[in-house]
Design a protein around this ligand. Sequence first.
Ligand code: SF4
Length: 225
Amino acid sequence: MNKYMLREDNYQIKTIKHDEKFWQPLKETFPNARCELNYRNIYELAISVILSAQSTDKAVNEVTPALFRKYPRIEALAEATVEKVIPYIKKIGLYKNKANHIIQFAKTVQADFDGVIPSTIEELILLPGVGRKTANVIVSEGFGLPGLAVDTHVERVSKRLGLVNPNDNSFQVEMKLKRLLPPEKWHEVHHQLIFMGRYLCLARKPLCSLCPFREEYCQMIHNKK
Ligand code: SF4
């Protein structure tokens, strides 16, 4: 057994040092990790993130230019109907629910926040269609404030790297990552973990031979030994 200590459930506890040495390969492998949604302002970012639930950023980027031409501001979207919005987003999954969510989001921002999208996670999660993941993206990407969104990629990679426990839910993953990292690193590491999940540590067939974490940190490989 190497430096890892194992608990009764055979899962590593925190003897790994998640210091610069740990994070450096992530930075070197994904130096250009960034948000892959196209947006020009916080309104467009918020709507794009809501639309991206269970869809790819690429698919969302294909539908949003026409949607934002038709509804360039939150006031316009707040006046729309589901039937009118659906044709613009029909190419992405769950489009009926999403049409409803973005309209209700716009209406609520208009009614409760004077048309200004709020900048705190606590306020954002009160809005229709906005969960913690979306709220963290808006806060960090849109407002440049500390936020660390946990999507399916961040959760999977964090578990495989032993940053969190295998049974942790997305909220627990978010809290643990936020404790592991200083707030000024949250934005950057969030994007690096997403890129790792999208392009290297794929859900079904991870490209382990290319992975800098393979020898020392990967729990999937470690647990197979
Ligand atoms: S070695 Fe493979 S499974 Fe482990 S973190 Fe790297 S890509 Fe993912």
